[in-house]
Structure formats: C-alpha cells, structure tokens
Design a protein around this ligand. Sequence first.
Ligand code: HEC
Ligand code: HEC
Length: 180
Amino acid sequence: MIDASGCRRCHKTGNQGNRLAADLDASLDKTLPEDLAQAIISPTIYMPDFYFNEPEIARLVNAILGSSAVWKPGSGETPTIAYFEKNKENNHNTFNKHCGSCHRVLTHQFGGLGQGDIGPNLSGIFSRFYFKNFNDGKSWDADRLKQWLKNPRNIRYNAQMLPVELTEGELRHLIQILGS
Ligand code: HEC
Ligand code: HEC
C-alpha cells in the first residue's frame, strides 16, 4: 500500500524515501498510533487524501511502526522542514501560475506550492519514489515532462490534462521547482 500510494514521494519509511515531509521511521518514539492514523484520515494540506478505510489505515500504521522499530533515524541527521506559508514570491512562481490550479507539490526550496487536487500531487516527481507512470513503466525526467506538457495525449491516449505552453525560461524554472 505504501508503494502503491507513493507515500515515499514525500516520506521516508523503511529507510527509503524523500524527506519532503515527516520521517516516518521516527514515529515509534515520537507519535502515538492514534495520531498516525489521524494524520492519514485527515491529511494536512500538502498530503493527498487517499480515502483509506479503517482496516487499511490500521495496516498502514502497523507498517509504519514496524519499519520505525527497525530503522530509527540516524543521529545527527538534519530534519526536513516542510513550509506551508504563502509568500509573495510564490505568487509569481511558474508552478502556481501554470499548474497550481490543478496540482500541488512539496519542494525543499520553495515549500508547498499549488492548490489543486484535480491532478496528482507531483511531489518528488523526478525521484525514484514517484510512480513510474510516464509510459511503459518509465519514470519521469525533465525531457519526458516536456513531452508530456507538449501534448499529454501523445503519452496517454485518454489523458484529461490539456497541453500547456511555456516559454523556455518558464520551463527551466518549472524543472528547477519540481526537481527541488
Ligand atoms: C505529497 C506528499 C505526501 C505524500 C504522498 C504522503 N504524505 Fe503523509 N504527510 C505529508 C505532510 C506534508 C505531512 C504533515 C507535515 C509533516 O509531517 O511533515 C504528512 C504527515 C503524515 C503523517 C503524520 C506524521 C507525524 O509524525 O505526525 C503520517 C503518519 C503520514 N503522513 C503518513 C502517510 C502515508 C501512510 C502516506 C501514503 C499512503 C503518505 N503519508 C503520503 C505529505 C505527504
Ligand atoms: C486544468 C488542470 C491542469 C493543469 C493546469 C495542469 N495539469 Fe497536469 N494533470 C491534470 C490532470 C487531471 C492529470 C491526471 C492525468 C490525466 O488524466 O490527464 C494531470 C497529470 C499530470 C502529470 C502526470 C503525473 C501522473 O502521476 O499521472 C504531470 C507530470 C503533470 N500533470 C504535470 C503538470 C504540470 C507541470 C503543469 C503545469 C505546467 C500541469 N500539469 C498543469 C490537470 C492539470
């Protein structure tokens, strides 16, 4: 379930994953099981709502705590901080302008961007923890993203997303944002 939902786009669990949000391997000593469950049931703004049922939540919490018992975070590691405040610069951000009405993304450099839930949360899209769903089980990179933006239906015949036209400068900025 953790793989299928792409939890590691944002979290480390079982010593693997991006550190865009809480390190779930620290859960055992830090967070009560009820609170872990609650965080999944009522996710914060930059965590997707997966609409799991109760048995699924129980299994996820057990998996998180099980991994946490084995993989406690190493001492001296810098904790990751997720930013949620809107700042003025973000309002002019290429992602917010062209993608944010339908997508969200968590980044190290720019914090949380976007406010849409129609499209998938793109956090960690260029990392190995994102879904390998470009086509034929391929992962995403900058070139593939460019092809997608040019015409999603060339990649997925039934894509709902329309092509997005960006200047070279905007594309560079977007790739920097998504890569952070
Ligand atoms: C797009 C990013 C993202 C994805 C994907 C995601 N989360 Fe989260 N999650 C967050 C954010 C942001 C928070 C709240 C802030 C934080 O804890 O860093 C959070 C918090 C949590 C917490 C509370 C942690 C604590 O210590 O209080 C749990 C538990 C959790 N997520 C589990 C999951 C599980 C299980 C999945 C996959 C089914 C998942 N998350 C997928 C972003 C994400
Ligand atoms: C009007 C809404 C809308 C806008 C604007 C939009 N998208 Fe999308 N996007 C979607 C939807 C809906 C999907 C889900 C797949 C589909 O059916 O098209 C999607 C899918 C994607 C995917 C595939 C990811 C996956 O896991 O399936 C990528 C990558 C993506 N969008 C990137 C972007 C970027 C980057 C921008 C801005 C330049 C953007 N999108 C703007 C609606 C939008």
